[in-house]
Design a protein around this ligand. Structure first.
Ligand SMILES: Cc1cc2nc3c(=O)[nH]c(=O)nc-3n(C[C@H](O)[C@H](O)[C@H](O)COP(=O)(O)OP(=O)(O)OC[C@H]3O[C@@H](n4cnc5c(N)ncnc54)[C@H](O)[C@@H]3O)c2cc1C
Length: 430
């Protein structure tokens, strides 16, 4: 056992862990940030967009120094059938206004920068070390075990991501349930800067965020994403794991097929895949939240299930940053009292309840139920694409009245009752 004892050990140098380390080190606490990857960010992936407001509260105007790619000023949501697409597109300079804007980021660069800020503030970073277990004394967590090494601390913050081994070891949560997580597969595809600007109608540093519902996931719950970096695009699919197992779809094959969809192919043509990765996303929101504290330990970020997927936006980074900062605030309060028992550390949950993390998760808590609806991925895209196709197509025959045409498509593909049910679920969710 090492002689050294830290005020706090943080496991995981993703946005939750590095933010917690930065906040604690700034307050002069002795902090150790342990990361299993060779570098912070080397094991991490996401679709690509960081909503800036939460980190801006901690590091004002951080985007001026952080390695960010493009500022999102164009939002697009497409409903796909096998051969067609209906796209809602929003261009608005207001989307780019600080601090409520968002940037596309590449995690290997971004996470390394954020961990570097924690190190500059005084945190010690140990990379290439996988934490295997917790140490206990008097019924409280009192450190970590990594291989043969045992390191002591007053408190441990588990920021070890969606699979959180430490939350399991502490008995705060059980095994992940397949229906509570999605699996995401992503390719980074290199393209010249000018090609990206021409294909996505962007100027300078402007960026686009595109989400896709329908044919990409072959009818399974999930969706596609495409974000523009400076000289590459981040492109991939996310599938609900429970549905994926039932449907027996291969994620890698689905991503390959998706690249050849008529709405996608022209965007990626001539590009070269320079990176491929896959990762789980917690998607059940408050329904999968573990217990967040025990004596000597707190859980933050994806390890706590703090992700919101509404179908038109995915947010995990901003919640990870806020929960990491609030975990640090709880540790500081416990240090001032000199008491790291569960009774003191439960203040973390109060901080979360007063923050946007709980109110945002609460606001979208019914969305997972809507996103489970199979018709969202088959019937609805087919309905919108086919109705609009008939609306725009001139066949040289006497035209069908629009109302009759719409009714015909609804009767052919579904029923009013089913549509009303989805509409009701949609209205309840958002
Ligand atoms: C396909 C996909 C698309 C997404 N798109 C978006 C998006 O566009 N916008 C958005 O905001 N969010 C998005 N997310 C969610 C976002 O990536 C997460 O919410 C965010 O990364 C959570 O941060 P974190 O710090 O909690 O966990 P992570 O980023 O997962 O970091 C956990 C860290 O812990 C380390 N670790 C794990 N176990 C150990 C151990 N035992 N010992 C030492 N180190 C360990 C890992 O290596 C990792 O560095 C997406 C996720 C996926 C998978």
């Amino acid at each position: 056992m090492s002689e050294e004892k830290f005020d706090c050990i943080i496991v995981g140098a993703g946005p939750a862990g590095s933010t917690a380390a930065y906040e604690l080190a700034r307050q002069g606490l002795e902090v150790l940030l342990v990361e299993k990857g060779d570098k912070p960010g080397s094991k991490n992936m996401m679709g690509g967009r960081l909503y800036c407001y939460s980190l801006h509260r901690i590091i004002p105007n951080f985007w001026e120094e952080a390695p960010v790619e493009r500022r999102v000023e164009k939002e697009e949501l497409s409903f796909l059938t096998e051969h067609g697409a209906m796209t809602i597109s929003l261009d608005n300079e207001v989307l780019g206004e600080a601090p409520s804007h968002s940037y596309v980021v590449l995690r290997a660069d971004f996470d390394a920068w954020l961990a570097g800020k924690a190190e500059e503030a005084g945190a010690m970073i140990a990379t290439g070390i996988r934490v295997d277990d917790l140490l206990w004394a008097g019924g409280k967590v009192c450190g970590i075990k990594a291989g043969e090494d045992e390191i002591l601390s007053d408190v441990v913050i588990a920021a070890d991501g969606v699979n959180s081994l430490l939350a399991q070891r502490a008995g705060l949560r059980g095994e992940l349930r397949p229906e509570h997580v999605s699996v995401g597969a992503k390719s980074v595809i290199a393209l010249p800067e000018k090609t990206i600007e021409d294909r996505f109608c962007l100027r300078g540093n402007e960026g686009a965020a595109r989400l896709f519902v329908g044919a990409g996931t072959k009818g399974a719950p999930g969706g596609g994403f495409l974000y523009t970096n400076k000289e590459s695009v981040s492109f991939g699919l996310v599938f609900n794991l429970g549905a994926l197992i039932k449907a027996g779809v291969s994620v890698a094959e689905a991503v390959e097929d998706f690249k050849f969809h008529p709405a996608i192919r022209p965007l990626l043509e001539g590009g070269e895949v320079v990176e491929y990765s896959a990762h789980l996303v917690p998607e059940a929101g408050l329904a999968m939240k573990p217990r967040l504290f025990t004596g000597g330990m707190l859980v933050a970020g994806d390890a706590a299930g703090f992700v919101i997927n509404t179908g038109f936006m995915v947010r995990g980074m901003d919640l990870a940053v806020t929960s990491g900062a609030l975990a640090a605030k709880a540790v500081i309060a416990a240090k001032e009292k000199g008491d790291f028992s569960a009774d003191t550390l439960k203040i973390y949950e109060d901080f979360l309840r007063q923050s946007h993390v709980y109110s945002d998760l609460e606001a979208y808590k019914n969305v997972p139920e809507l996103l489970e609806e199979p018709d969202m991925y088959t019937t609805l895209p087919a309905l919108v694409v086919d109705i609009l196709t008939d609306l725009f197509k001139v066949k040289g025959n006497p035209p069908e009245r629009v109302q009759k045409m719409v009714m015909r498509h609804i009767r052919q593909k579904t029923s009013f009752w089913k549509l009303a049910k989805i509409g009701w679920k949609g209205a309840r969710s958002i």
